[in-house]
Design a protein around this ligand. Structure first.
Ligand code: URA
Length: 205
């Protein structure tokens, strides 16, 4: 066991969940979400893959990255030779923030205050999992993990210091690729994402 490993990480994660469920001061949007969505994966995973917040499908299922962005992430992980089951996958913000528009629930980006609110939970989640590297996908994850507003497209592929604990590898968010209108641009972005994951895999050893 590494010297600074948590004595009982599974218990620490379970306590974190209970604490978040019981919080009286959650942001307003949390009360409109179906449930909080916690991280998934083994403690001690070398890679801690960090997204922004649960989306519509994640909110309903209670699991991170199971919707369209998750399917793209899964494909990229496979192409990079990574097994999702061996990584820890989670989000900076644990509740789905959305605008109700008729039948659809329209994703709303979390603001800096939302990220600050959930950061102590993220810090404790990172401490319990004790990964070698945090892979921050997109601006919100990068802000949550580093405490700095870094430009994703300029920082991607680089390792930057984490606010707490392990270093942070910056990359794009899979949803960014889904929003690109041109299929060629999408394919190119996907290959770049795979290359980033390969580099992260190399960094994590
Ligand atoms: N986008 C995220 O950032 N996280 C998810 O879990 C799903 C979509």
């Amino acid at each position: 066991m590494p010297i600074d490993a948590h004595p009982d990480p599974e218990r620490a994660l379970a306590a974190l969940r209970e604490e978040l469920l019981a919080r009286p001061d959650l942001p307003d949007f949390a009360s409109r979400a179906t449930q909080p969505v916690f991280g998934e994966g083994p403690v001690g995973a070398a890679l801690f893959i960090l997204g922004e917040q649960p989306g519509d499908e994640e909110d309903i299922s209670g699991r991170p990255f199971v919707g369209p962005a998750g399917r793209l992430l899964d494909r990229a992980l496979i192409q990079a030779g990574l097994d999702r089951g061996q990584a820890y996958v989670t989000n900076a913000v644990k509740h789905f923030k959305f605008t109700p528009t008729g039948k659809r629930r329209l994703h709303q980006s979390p603001d800096a205050g939302d990220i600050t609110y959930y950061r102590p939970f993220l810090a404790r989640e990172i401490a319990a999992v004790a990964p070698r590297l945090v892979v921050a996908m997109g601006a919100s994850a990068l802000l949550a993990a580093t405490g700095r507003k870094l430009p994703v497209l300029k920082t991607r592929g680089q390792v930057v210091p984490g606010l707490t604990g392990p270093p942070v590898f910056a990359t794009i968010h899979p949803s960014y690729m889904l929003r690109l209108p041109d299929p060629d641009a999408q394919a190119e972005a996907f290959q770049g994402f795979v290359a980033d994951l390969l580099a992260a895999r190399g960094q994590a050893g």
